[in-house]
Design a protein around this ligand. Structure first.
Ligand code: ACO
Length: 433
């Protein structure tokens, strides 16, 4: 086996650290240790403590926290594969519902499997009165994200299994995939129904009850009353959502797994993911990218704006990515989709501003030297606005598409040994004694 030969200059000892497919284990690093002599008031007290070496990695920039078989990303070559299907192949030949099954259950669905899951999700989409009351109690112009959390909390409070999770001695879902699948399906339904209720409340529309024969996306748009008015929306999102369905261990998916590692229920775990998902550096970048376009207003104002970013006036949202050191592979598929809806796209003059940003930034040394390229959030918002959605609903709708990928990871975690996620810190302040 390949290994790392380590010589510890503190002790003169050498260690062989096994390398498995490019990874070493932090547990092996902890075997590199030093006897810490326990000295108090100048006297050495027994016993001395053996302290293993630790790794400091602020922001998890080079640390894997999970082994997974769901999504493969090569950020240098610009490759995304779901369950070993190329994203391009899935985008061209399938719709979101197929991909959702592929991610969660590891295979493309049969018609019977689709029907079964549709029935479960749509059943969960019927909101209890408590959920409807919570959403309708908000002023119509309330920020969308706090409303999502309130709606999900109300759904969680009305779900007996979810509530029972906190009172059972035995893990509710670990190794019990039948119970987990039922809860996971309900969680997806809750998030979609909450999003639809908020959309209807904000736009003063009646919530349309879900239909058991419709897919997740079909029902989301149906409950909003959108697909009845414009069938193109479902056709478009059925492709766009494939690109957002999963992105391996993102900040929000990690939050779902972090919460899940406490053995909590999937609704609560997804709420953790939602909170991370709307932060400005993550999914909330969609909103900020769009707001920046509105501020810039015209393509000729782009250089002034970008020079401000370079002077530290803020970040260029929709630009840069932790994983991609090449162009985000989802962008060319988004552009292909934009080409299919040219007329609707061109109705939004801000698209020209967005194109001007990409042109200017991609030739600017600041962005070139830091390997910063456009990410999917620079353009993804336009397909939503072209389909008639207000910018304030875009992140929320995009979260429904990602929720299935995050839950695929949650389900996968249930097949692995229970291990509470508990990072370490490096304490740096002085100690008095
Ligand atoms: N605009 C301006 N400068 C940037 C940007 C940006 N968008 N992104 C990174 N930088 C600069 C940083 O200031 C830093 O410069 P320095 O070396 O002079 O200090 C350097 O590039 C490295 O930046 P980090 O923050 O260390 O890079 P990291 O990999 O941690 O950040 C991130 C990735 C958070 C996505 C970052 O590029 C960013 O803030 N982008 C804007 C927000 C955004 O679009 N997020 C969406 C990402 S996709 C998604 O999550 C759905």
């Amino acid at each position: 086996m390949e290994h790392l030969q380590v010589l510890d200059s503190r002790t003169g000892k050498s260690y062989k650290i096994p390398i498995d497919n490019g990874y070493i284990r932090a547990a092996d690093i902890s075997k590199i240790n030093i006897q810490d002599r326990n000295i108090v008031n100048g006297t050495e007290n027994e016993p001395s403590i053996s302290r293993g070496l630790r790794i400091l990695d602020t922001g998890y920039q080079n640390t894997a926290c999970v082994e997974s078989s769901i999504t493969f990303i090569d950020g240098y070559r610009g490759i995304i594969r779901y369950r070993d299907f190329n994203i391009e192949q899935l985008f061209q030949n399938y719709v979101y519902e197929d991909v959702m099954h592929l991610l969660i259950w590891g295979h493309l669905p049969t018609e019977a499997e689709k029907d079964h899951v549709r029935a479960g999700i749509s059943h969960a989409m019927n909101p209890p009165e408590s959920v409807v009351k919570v959403i309708s109690s908000f002023p119509r112009d309330t920020e969308t994200m706090p409303m999502i959390l309130a709606g999900m909390s109300a759904f969680a409070a009305a779900d007996e299994t979810v509530c029972a999770t906190r009172h059972t001695q035995k893990a509710m879902f670990q190794g019990r995939l039948d119970v987990a699948d039922a809860a996971l399906v309900r969680t997806i339904g809750y998030l979609a129904a909450t999003t639809a209720l908020i959309y209807c409340h904000k736009n003063d529309r009646d919530f349309v009850p879900p239909e058991p024969s419709k897919s997740l996306l079909g029902n989301l748009l149906w409950m909003m009353g959108v697909s009845q008015e414009n069938p193109k929306v479902e056709e478009c999102l059925n492709k766009l959502w494939i690109l957002y369905a999963d992105h391996e261990i993102t900040n929000s998916t990690a939050a779902v797994l972090h919460a899940g590692s406490t053995l909590t229920d999937p609704v609560s775990a997804v709420m953790s993911g939602v909170i991370c998902g709307y932060g400005p550096l993550h999914g909330g970048a969609i909103d900020l990218a769009y707001e920046a376009l509105v501020t810039i207003g015209k393509p000729e104002h782009v250089p002034y704006f970008i020079e401000g970013v370079k002077r530290g006036k803020g970040r260029l949202f929709g630009y840069g990515h932790r994983i991609y050191k090449t162009r985000d592979p989802r962008l060319s598929l988004i552009e292909e989709l934009m080409g299919r809806y040219k007329e609707e796209m061109n109705a939004n003059p801000l698209i020209q501003v967005s194109l001007a940003i990409d042109k200017y930034a991609s030739q600017d040394p600041y962005f070139i030297e830091r390997n910063l390229k456009a990410n999917a959030d620079l353009m993804g918002c336009f397909l939503y606005t072209a389909m008639g959605f207000d910018p304030e609903m875009i992140t929320a709708i995009a979260m429904v598409s990602r929720c299935t990928g995050a839950l695929a990871h949650w389900r996968e975690s249930l097949t692995q040994p229970v291990k509470l996620w508990r990072p370490l810190q490096k304490y740096v302040a002085p100690l008095a004694n």
